[in-house]
Design a protein around this ligand. Structure first.
Ligand SMILES: C[S@@+](CC[C@H](N)C(=O)[O-])C[C@H]1O[C@@H](n2cnc3c(N)ncnc32)[C@H](O)[C@@H]1O
Length: 390
């Protein structure tokens, strides 16, 4: 079996800004001890089999990375030297395709494509030396993946076991007008304080992302179960003939089978309601839910948010209204936010939560949030406001 599959070491969970505390919570719930974390990553220890499991189960992280080098690099020549010293042959096969991508903030680099090209050259040279031939490389997520994080002089190189980010679960074929990333939607559901036994109601559902993520959580479904491609599948030895514990491909099949067996039965899934005043949005949300395999867990309707059915008992209402990027839009949206405030005041057993990027519009709700979570919807700073006593 290729060496990379038997080694144990650090694994970094890369997250969008504001999401690391949720990825940390998830890693712990999966049984991992968190070694350290910061605003955008969480570090644990494990093997590539753990990396497979994390790729399958994490809802709020973007990538599962295995660090292979950390060094001081001032210039592009230093970068090349450090990249050439990594034993890439332990990870990459000369017969597979690989891509190099990353984040570079270094004063000496004007074109951030250059570091990717130089690392690609270093890998190709090294594999040609070891095997007499080199793998193909280029853009795309269909092969192995190498990730560079180069901030000033701090250079870090990783094997990226994920490839296409985990935020792209694959179900959102109909994005709608202003969709939120799947990872952010999952974090909002978690941060709202909803316990998955109670109803979860999503008026203004748009393309359905928060309702679908809530359904995946309520079902205890691994969020990436329906994805058929991860970068770890292109690492050296993934399909090697089985050893006593099987091949890595066998382990992956076993992880998926265990995930399916861990799903909750229909009777345990609480009502999840999604509505929107746009019939087209509801149609798209419905189609996305079908692709996510949770169509039967969500009840859809076309109506004003105030008319969304609320099953009796305790529950959570989550709203993601438009927030207006221009001043005129903000003025036009103020009455909608005031209506949200009145609607929340009328709730008796339900709690309310709102994700918005506009502090000005948030004030129009006219209620004091019990908790606030700073998030980013793409580059845009936003806040999840949770109202406990409405
Ligand atoms: C920002 S989008 C929601 C995006 C959603 N979170 C997603 O990921 O696709 C806001 C949605 O609110 C809906 N909406 C606006 N006013 C509404 C109202 N009064 N009642 C119900 N839905 C409304 C719009 O049709 C739109 O789909």
């Amino acid at each position: 079996m290729a060496a990379c599959w038997t080694q144990s070491g650090a694994i970094a969970l890369a997250c969008g800004r504001g999401l690391a505390s949720f990825a940390r919570r998830e890693a712990r719930a999966l049984g991992y001890e968190v070694v350290r974390d910061d605003e955008s990553s969480v570090e644990i220890h494990g093997t590539l089999r753990d990396a497979m499991r994390l790729n399958l189960w994490l809802r709020t992280a973007h990538r599962v990375l295995v660090p292979v080098a950390r060094a001081e690099a001032k210039t592009i020549d230093h970068l090349f030297k450090h990249a050439a010293a990594v034993p890439w042959e332990e990870w990459l096969s000369p017969d597979s395709f690989f891509t190099v991508h990353g984040v570079v903030h270094n004063d000496t680099i004007r074109d951030t494509r250059l570091p990717m090209l130089r690392v690609k050259d270093a890998i190709a040279d090294r594999l040609r030396e070891v095997h007499g031939r080199r793998p193909d490389s280029g853009a795309g997520w269909h092969g192995a993946s190498v990730f560079i994080l180069w901030r000033e002089r701090d250079l870090r190189l990783f094997i990226d076991t994920t490839g296409e980010p985990l935020s792209r679960r694959g179900y959102r074929q109909w994005p709608g007008a202003a969709p939120m990333q799947e990872t952010l939607a999952a974090a909002c559901v978690m941060a709202s304080g909803w316990d998955w036994h109670a109803p979860f109601v999503v008026p203004m559902c748009g393309s359905g992302t928060p309702a679908i993520e809530a359904a995946l959580i309520a079902r205890h479904r691994a969020p990436s179960l329906r994805r058929d491609r991860f970068a770890f599948m292109a690492l050296a030895g993934f399909d090697d003939p089985a050893g006593p514990d099987g091949s890595p491909a066998d382990w992956w099949r076993a992880e998926r089978t265990a995930a399916v067996a861990a799903e909750r039965p229909d009777a345990d899934v609480p009502p999840i309601i999604a509505s929107d005043s746009s019939a087209e949005a509801v149609r798209h949300a419905h189609e996305n839910a079908r692709l996510a395999g949770v169509e039967g867990d969500i009840r859809f309707s076309v109506c004003d948010f105030t008319a969304t059915p609320q099953p009796p008992g305790r529950g959570m209402v989550f709203l993601n209204p438009a927030y207006g990027e221009r001043l005129g839009d903000v003025e036009a949206l103020a009455p909608l936010y005031r209506r949200i405030g009145s609607f929340f005041k009328g709730l008796t057993d339900y709690r309310g939560a709102v994700l918005t990027a506009s502090p000005r519009l948030a004030r129009e709700i006219g209620l004091r949030a019990g908790k606030q979570f700073p998030f980013y919807n793409g580059p845009l700073e936003c806040r999840l406001l949770v109202f406990y006593k409405t």
